[in-house]
Design a protein around this ligand. Structure first.
Ligand code: NAD
Length: 362
């Protein structure tokens, strides 16, 4: 099992270090190799995704990724900015399916800004198509308008597009994931306005006929945004395009009130995947030893389950995380009165100890 470890920038190095310690506690054999990515790679090699880093990622079974970015790179030309490394990895590895679970841990119900009864027991899975849609569609650019409301004015444009195979494959991913859960899929679109999403809806409906045991419903994206805060537990698996998924998955993440808790996985057709926390590089707290490493540790658990075929090891990590929360340990982002505030390293120590204890006591 070969893992490419790309810690990146800001808190990336601190949180990935804890995830590695957790992986090393498991009695499994991994080959782990690290490389620079993002701003760190730009500083050392002049590019956020150097050839050597891409090669390592391509040859690995899975990539464990921290986070990239810092405000100091905001003035760089777009192709050299740290965030381009993520787009480059998605594109080169063909990572078309993004899994973002939004789970509300019972001990953290109070961290949400929603009423406890709305989010207690929340467990939804957003599946976002990751390599198509308006983020990648060509043509795009700036030009002088020849028509529209202001002919002759400067304008900018992007292209929203999906091909049939792109929609079919993400729909299959969603229905298969739903089969392992409560067998419900909500496909989110904007079919009332956009041709691309009427096409999306038609194809998801067609694919759904191959999964008669899974209940499918369709929802417009504006309604989905409302329902996510009104009655989030109505959802189980949500499947949607790249742009809607970008926005809705962040909204779903914040339902739980704790961005430091949320893992993610991006997979290609051969289950090779990139695993990363849902948050960014948090430059405001980098180097202070206070970042929450649990999203990255839980991403490592997803890696074991999806790409490395080690579901029991994934379960062990997830139950160790539950156990440290039950002990009342909290990093600053999820701290509340009556619990014990710990730093990044201590949180990692606690997860390692919980795994070791379970191993010894069986
Ligand atoms: P961010 O997610 O880094 O931080 C938002 C807020 O959440 C900050 O207050 C931060 O301190 C806090 N936070 C984030 N992760 C935390 C953790 N594990 N523990 C405790 N608190 C945590 O988002 P931002 O501030 O908008 O962006 C910062 C940089 O990260 C930017 O350069 C942005 O482009 C980049 N970014 C990278 C990724 C990625 O690498 N996948 C994703 C989002 C943003």
């Amino acid at each position: 099992m070969k893992i490419a470890v790309l810690p990146g920038d800001g808190i990336g190095t601190e949180i990935v270090a804890e995830a590695i310690r957790v992986l090393e506690t498991l009695d499994l054999r991994f080959e782990m190799e690290s490389a620079l990515v993002g701003g760190a790679a730009y500083e050392a090699h002049g590019h956020p995704l150097p050839e050597a880093t891409l090669k390592l990622a391509k040859e690995a079974d899975a990539v464990l990724f921290g986070a990239v970015g810092d405000w100091k790179y905001d003035k760089l030309e777009r192709s050299l900015r740290p965030e381009q490394a993520i787009l480059g990895l998605r594109k080169n590895l063909g990572l078309f399916a993004n899994f973002r679970p939004a789970i509300c841990y019972e001990q953290l119900v109070g961290a949400s800004s929603l009423k406890p009864e709305l989010i207690s027991g929340l467990d939804i899975l957003i599946i976002r198509e990751l390599t198509g849609d308006i983020y990648f569609g060509q043509p795009r650019g700036r030009r002088t308008a020849v028509d529209g409301h202001f002919p002759g004015a400067e304008e900018a444009f992007d292209t929203m597009r999906y091909s049939r195979p792109e929609v079919e494959r993400i729909a299959h991913v969603a229905f298969q994931a739903a089969r392992k859960r409560s067998k419900r899929v909500t496909s989110v679109d904007k079919a009332n306005v956009l041709e691309t999403f009427q096409f999306w809806k038609d194809i998801v409906t067609e694919v759904g006929r191959e999964y008669p045991d899974v209940e499918l419903d369709h929802m417009y994206v504006d309604n989905a945004a409302m329902q996510l805060v009104k009655a989030p537990k109505k959802f189980d698996v949500v499947v949607t395009g790249n742009m809607f998924g970008d926005i809705l998955s962040d909204e779903a993440a914040m339902l739980t009130g704790s961005i430091g808790m949320l893992p993610s996985a991006s997979l290609n057709a051969s289950n090779q995947g990139l695993y990363e926390p849902s948050h960014g590089s948090a430059p405001d707290i980098a180097g202070k030893g206070v970042a929450n490493p649990l999203a990255t540790i839980l991403s490592a658990a997803m890696m074991l389950r999806f790409s490395l075929n080690q579901p029991e090891a994934a379960d062990r990590i997830e139950s160790a995380v539950q156990s440290v929360l039950a002990q009342g340990l909290r990093t600053a982002d999820i701290w509340s009165a009556g619990t014990t505030k710990v730093g990044t390293r201590e949180m990692g120590d606690a997860v390692v100890a919980a795994i070791t204890k379970k191993t010894i006591t069986g």
